[in-house]
Design a protein around this ligand. Sequence first.
Ligand SMILES: Cc1ncc(COP(=O)(O)O)c(C=O)c1O
Length: 483
Amino acid sequence: MPRTNRVAKSWANSPASGLDLYLELTRAGPAGGGLRTRIEEALREAIRSGRLGLGDRLPASRALARDLGVSRGTVLQAYDQLIAEGWLEGRPGSATLVCFDSAGHPPRHPMREPPPLRWRFDFRPGRPDASSFPRRAWLRAARRAIAAAPNDAFSIGDPQGQLALRVELSGYLSRARGLASAPDRLVVTSGFIQGLGLVARCLPTARGTVAMEEPCLPLHRAVVRATGHEVVPVAVDGDGMRVSQLRGRDDIGLVVLTPNRQHPTGTVLSPHRRAELVQWARGSGALVLEDDYDGEFRYDRHPLGALQTLDPGVVIYAGTVSKTLAPGVRLGWLVVPEGLLAAVLAQKAHADWQSGALDQLAFTELLRSGAYDRHVRRMRLSYRRRRDLLIQALAAARPDLAVTGADAGLDLLIPLPSPGLEAAALAAARAAGIGLDGLAAGSYYERGGPAGLLVGYGATLEATFSRATTALAAALAASSGTE
Ligand SMILES: Cc1ncc(COP(=O)(O)O)c(C=O)c1O
């Protein structure tokens, strides 16, 4: 049918159908062609062009008829014809589905998402306990906040984030992390990854090199490189980043680091190195981005004040709910020096204009009501118990192995003498259905470095933790001596 004949368009969007469907109805041609034929052809065209894919549900016939202004019988006849031709599938009392895919794609429903990879026991590092997400507290906070919010809260908002959230966050950060963070310096982000990209995009080309810890999360290096900047690795030792390696590098515009618990080694940037870093940044005109990804979880040592407190003029602070609540929430924040604020806000506006209003409302209420603090305190105790069990089990099964970085965070490191031993341990764990990671396997060192197992204790449920540690210890015992 010639395309030029198309005139009528309709969105089948009645509330009763529950579905939106855009159809282009052709004008009746010289050879006739009633409404039924035109509906059939519009549906065939939508399927041929891929707008409707295998498994997609069509609106109920009554609803589509109402939207198109035709009788229900006409729509039923069109559906029946397409069922007879093999385009659609329908059974009395159930939805009519598309069952033809001209491009040979796999069905879109019900398998849109691949099933998640499941481990019998999940000891992968950096993962919090998703089953402990405070559903009830979040629902309560969301219900209360959404009911009370002014209409404007759902409209186009402020790229910097809702003021009420920035006020609550500012109070929380100064109370819990000792931070200088006025609400007008806070920028709400959709997590650290976004904050990293926003800050990197603000660097002038002449100072475009970014110094990052070696080792660090490979994804973070990739995010920086995707902004067009070069990454220079800076070694880490028992005192954290070796700041002396920055001296003389006036091409470096930004230093990204995890001073409060180096990821993945678990070391802490010593007071001496903190002072040295801030002094270097002041002198060279570079900025420092402090990734405080799990600063809330300290067990055997006092929480460290944030690096940012040493000089809020050169240190940008970044926080996230990814460890405290869940990584799927996608909420984080930056505390930005005054001189950088306009540039960061411009980048945030370009990225996504603003973080989601509903999550901001709920999180504000979670903070305001004290439920967030209660949840963090509860999780701190729970993670501490898991860590203790894990350390005991490891010590019993493999007394020859040292454990480091266990005084904080959600994971610990077992240094190993060679990548071969690391690979053997990972293989033994995998064979037992246990998820783990390794320094070499995870490419944490870009230029090659020591081997070691990264064992997370956040994701394995407390109820099964004892069985899980027994299985892990057995796998590691089995791998001892194998290379
Ligand atoms: C070192 C480090 N920084 C930050 C984060 C948090 O990133 P995001 O807030 O984008 O989830 C993670 C991962 O959870 C991490 O491992």
